[in-house]
Design a binder for this molecule. Structure first.
Ligand code: TXA
Ligand code: MG
Length: 330
């Protein structure tokens, strides 16, 4: 690990990009204060310049270097950081001038979080600068939750991938912005559902979903209708009784539990079935395995992937969000 951290830091300090594990998904890292390095992140991912990057800080003390915390939300930001940092919660805050406009796509705000992954934290600390890191996939594609998935997405395009094993959360961080309210708990706008659930945030404020109007500049292109998408078309099947297979086409099932007596498993002679949480059905396990299972089915030579919907409670909200975007063709 020491050697990997040293090598990653040397490359980052030289203005290069490096793929690093985080607890959510693998990130494509660059020195967040070096605009040329961050430009390489956009180029390697083929990411459009209107899609801003998340900035990762090594310690709470570094927050003030990249973001300004308005006085009327200082208390709640402190509470959220105590509760969820280091971890999968990203806060959108007014940016400091040192953060290049390229990183925030010209927005006056910056998205900030502190990663909990030991490798990422070690690199972040040793580098001494905040790290900009979007998910290490090509734009619009499935986020990588293992080093081999990064290799498939970006192999040959970047100088180093650090293998830190499988990600322990499996879904990208929850993203919120905060609006203070006189005499009441603040309002949290949920820009992206993630491992820190709505239910977990409700202890600290009122959670509201961000609604985007057609033609709006995306607040979070993770919110573009089509994102996290396999190459194979994916469809969510609400009711297994409605499934009408076309002759000659190969279908695979993305199942929650994958049990033989399950109505979704039984409704068709599937070419392949991938279970998100085999047997008992646990949402945390389904979150960890979602992108992996989507990749496996995407590589299985199918004509279509059929996904079973999950209840939108707790982590189910983030899982269904990713499935809907994977299913969208817009
Ligand atoms: O878990 C994660 O957040 C992972 C790991 C690597 O940390 N990163 C990640 O980054 O998912 P990315 O780039 O795939 O998604 C970041 C999202 C984008 O949809 C982007 O639009 C949004 O964060 N974002 C970044 N800055 C923003 C800002 N100032 N305002 C609104 N949204 C912002
Ligand atoms: Mg992404």
């Amino acid at each position: 690990m020491e050697e990997a951290v040293r090598e990653a830091c040397a490359l980052l300090a030289a203005g290069e990009v490096v793929a690093l594990p985080t607890e959510t998904v693998y990130g494509l890292a660059a020195d967040a204060l070096n605009a040329d390095a961050c430009a390489k992140v956009f180029a390697s991912k083929e990411r459009p310049s209107f899609d801003p990057l998340i900035v990762h800080i090594a310690s709470r003390g570094d927050l003030a270097r990249v973001a300004r915390v308005p006085e009327d939300i200082q208390e709640v930001v402190g509470k959220l950081a105590d509760a969820f940092w280091p971890g999968p919660l990203t806060l959108i805050l007014p940016k400091q001038d040192v953060v290049p406009d390229l990183v925030t796509s010209g927005l006056p705000t910056v998205a900030v979080r502190q990663s909990a992954h030991p490798v990422f934290r070690a690199v972040n600390k040793k580098l001494g600068n905040p790290i900009a890191a979007p998910s290490a996939n090509r734009f619009g594609r499935i986020s990588p939750t293992s080093a081999s998935a990064v290799m498939k997405e970006l192999g040959g395009r970047i100088p180093l991938i650090v293998d830190g094993g499988a990600c322990s959360e499996g879904l990208e961080s929850t993203i919120i912005s905060i609006e203070p309210r006189e005499g009441k708990k603040p309002l949290f706008y949920l820009h992206r559902a993630g491992p820190v659930t709505k239910e977990m945030l409700q202890d600290f404020g009122k959670v509201e979903k961000v609604r985007q109007k057609a033609g709006d500049l995306p607040h979070a292109p993770g919110q573009l209708p089509s994102h996290y998408a396999p190459v194979t078309p994916l469809r969510i099947l609400e009711n297994p009784r409605d499934f009408k297979p076309e002759p000659g086409r190969k279908y695979g099932l993305l199942s929650y539990r994958g049990e033989p007596d399950d109505a979704f498993v039984r409704c068709h002679a599937w070419e392949q079935v991938e279970a998100l949480s085999p047997g008992s059905g646990k949402l945390a396990e389904a979150a960890i395995r979602l992108f992996y299972a989507m990749r496996v089915l995407d590589e299985a030579g199918l004509d279509e992937i059929i996904a079973e919907p999950l209840s939108e409670k707790g982590l189910g909200l983030a899982i269904m969000d990713r499935l809907r975007r994977a299913a969208s063709r817009d």
